[in-house]
Structure formats: structure tokens, C-alpha cells
Design a protein around this ligand. Sequence first.
Ligand code: NAP
Length: 489
Amino acid sequence: MAIATQEQQVVEGVEKRLLIGGEWRDAAGGATFPVIDPATEEPVCEVADATPEDAKAALDAAVAVQAEWGASAPNDRAKILWDAFELMMERADELALLMTLEMGKAVAESKSEIVYAADFFRWHSGDALRLDGVYKQFGNGTSRVLTMKQPVGPCLMITPWNFPMAMGTRKVGPAVAAGCTVVMKPAGATPLCMLALGQILEEAGLPAGVFNIITTSSSGKVTGPLIEDPRLRKLSFTGSTEVGRKLIEAAAGSVLKTSMELGGNAPFLVFEDADLDEAVEGALLAKMRNIGEACTSANRFHVAESVKDEFTRRLAEKMGALKSGRGTEEDVKVGPLIDQESREKVAELVEDAVSKGAKPLTGGELPGGRGYFYPPTVLADVPLDARVFSEEIFGPVAPIAAFSSEDEAIERANDTEYGLVAYVFTRDAKRAIRVCERLETGMVGLNQGMVSNAGAPFGGVKQSGIGREGGNEGIEEFLETKYVAMNMD
Ligand code: NAP
């Protein structure tokens, strides 16, 4: 009973309307749509269902305050971000519970995401104070070059459901630091975290109109007109490669500046000289963080022939011991997948691999009952033509195959249109550098199963995206460089 009350309180405490120009308001026409708890398949609450008219009002609000916000004092922008960081940390428990209710992951994992998400505000608050330019001579010595960094302008941000808070703050932090205004469209499955963030930013003193939120069940219809609106200056998207491609196409019409954080298909390479304890722990983290629903999830395990059996046995033992259940329950490590469609896709990929000869060592069977659960699954001896090796699994399934040489491992790792992250486990320093250099990815986890960090540039190459978030690079996505040629004759 006590837990139910806490859940109700957390849900009641969050706004469910649109945030436009500093006002919380219902959608035009008053429509709403339900947010579903994936562990129970029951509605958590209803939120406003924005129309294209609401989206336009949100952009109007962002455009109206852009010039003033862009000229605001860096100290003020830094302080707002720092205060919002502190408010998020103070409320980490409630925010974590809210996240679990809409997304499903275990509360402890949700809390880690809140801390990670808040860290982007702490990190980028410093950026607001370090925007600079250059002053130098022309080569011929007569003129001078002066550069100034200016905010890109009003931004549309579209975020996914899998990290409902962090994928938002990773964009909002640098945008606010740079002096950009924002229209945020969170995923329909998980709108509550961004609504809670809107309340926090308001409390931290962010001026009305700088951060606007439109929640909607018709994402394409509602954001399409904004992407075509010449007043919009930037589209920052995190989501699937498939949707990313469509948005890049739509953005081409107005040559809109885009940042794209897209899908992944991470290889996890274990060499014969790896520390196997470290490799198994790293595999558990890279595979099971976020129930396998992360763009950085290890998707394909390629293990040196001589250690393959031992690695597989140990990973299956660890994954088989993880407790599944509703993320609010004690000791639960594996929550449900986000919806029925995702669960069916995971089941289909496993069936395909098994039909081609893969052996499930743990999991592999759909459980009965409520909730979109899929058990942690380890597949041994997976043939390379199994779909699970070429498609993003987005679930708790670890397919394993053996390799016989370093060249073969690298060739397999790069054999994909994706290029987000790769994991490499080896104790040989020369091999480590050699392999990192040859991998076609934006990031590498070297003897560790996680790369996400506010202070590091996150992003992919190939069809995993364009641009970087976090690190020293993240702020650049929200700045334009203006150059002034000064006549000194
Ligand atoms: P998704 O289906 O591409 O959706 C992402 C966002 O785009 C959601 O807000 C979605 O809203 C919206 N959307 C969908 N169709 C749209 C359209 N035609 N026009 C405008 N917006 C549209 O991806 P997802 O299933 O939410 O997230 C999982 C994917 O994100 C995976 O591929 C994962 O690898 C990727 N991801 C990448 C990173 C990274 O940093 N590289 C991080 C996290 C996730 P609705 O859902 O409400 O329609």
C-alpha cells in the first residue's frame, strides 16, 4: 500500500500539460493520450496530446525570446543550469520512480540515469562561461580575423523513450549554455520525465519561452511543419536510424543544421589474452544496462575460440541469475521491454537464430502473465547469418560466436552500417591500440562495458549519426562561428 501511495504522489506531482511560453496549457481541442506502465500494461496517467497548432505556438514562443536569451549573461545561464543540476539531485528518488513507472527499468537503474542526466547540466554550466573566439592576423599581415561564437537559434529536440531524462538533458544542457531556445518533443511512450524537467528548469529560473514542451501521440504530423518552418535553426534528434534518415531528408528542404544520435549494433570483442573476470563483468554491463534497450548495448559477442566456452558459460550463469520483475520491486534487475512490438521483435530474432543452429544456454522462452517481459538470454554458437548479428536487438539477448584471428574479429566488428560503439577486452596494450584504431565506431569501451559520461564526446560514425553530445564537443552543436574580417590599413 505504501508503495502505491508513493507512486501516486509522484505521478500527481508532475505536470501533464504542454509547456508553451512559460504557461502550462491543455492541447488545442483538449485531447490527451495515456502513458502505459510496461510492467503492468496499465495506464499511469494521461498527458496532453499536442496538435500541429500547439507545436507552432511552441515555436512562436521559442522564437519570441531567442534574441533576448541569446544576449543573456553567461553567469545567469550557468547558474540556472547549476541550480537545475542540484534540484535534480535533490529529487533523484522521486524522478527515478517516475521514470520506472513510464519506462520500466529497475528503480536503482533509473536513479543512475537521473544522476547521469543531471551531470550534463553540471558539465555544461561551465561551458556557458567559456564561449570564446579568436583574434589573429591575416596571412598577408594587413587585416585581422575575429571570430565570435553565437547561439544557433531556436532548436527542435526529439528524444527517445529508452533514456527518457538523459537524452533530454544531453541536448538541453548545451543549448541553454549556448543561449538557444528549445521546443522539446519527448517520445510518446515516456513523456513524464521531460515534463518533470520542465518544472525543474522553471524552478531554477529559466525564463518563460526558453524551454517549451510538446507531448504528442502523432510525432510526425506535429513536428513535420516545425522542421519546414524557416524560423527553426536546428534539429537535434536521438532515436532510430530509420526515423533519423527521414528527418535528415525533411531537414534538407531548409538546409537545417542537424545533430543525429542514431542506432547502434555494438560488437563486443574478447581476445584470448583478456582478463575473463573483467570481460564477463563488462559484458553484463554492456548487455544488461537498460534491459539491453540502449543504443550502446553490446549486440554481437565475438570471442576468441580458445576462451569462448568459458566466457559463454560464465556469462550465461550471471545473466540467468538476474531477477526479472516490475522495476519498483526489491532486488529486481531486469524490467520489462517498452511494448509488445519490441518484445515480439526480440522473440523473433531469437527464434531466427535458434532455427539456424544457435543454442540458448539461458532464457529464450517468452514468459506468460502481464507486462512486456523477456528473460535474459544467452545464445551460443550463433551462425553469422543470423539476423541477431545484423539488426539492433534492443533487448536482453547476448548472441555469441567464435573468431580465430585479430583480423577476423575486426572485420566482423566493422561489417555493419552502424558505427556507434565497440567494446574490446585484451590485456595486450599494443593490440588494444591497434584494434581501437581500426574499429569504425565513434566510441570504444576498452576493458570496460560502459562509455557514457557527461565529460566525454558521445556519438557515432557511419549510419549511427552526425555530431557529438557531451564532452568539449557537445556545446559546438549549438553554436555558429561568425567571422569578421577587419581592415587595418
Ligand atoms: P524512434 O522510433 O526513432 O523514436 C525516437 C523519437 O522520434 C521519439 O520521440 C519518436 O516519437 C519520434 N519519432 C518517431 N517517428 C517520427 C517522425 N516521423 N517524425 C518525428 N519524430 C518521430 O526511436 P525509439 O524507439 O524511441 O528509440 C530507440 C532507438 O533510439 C534505437 O535505435 C536506439 O539505438 C536509438 N538511440 C540512440 C542513441 C544515441 O545516442 N545514438 C541514444 C538512445 C537511443 P514517438 O515514439 O512518440 O513516435
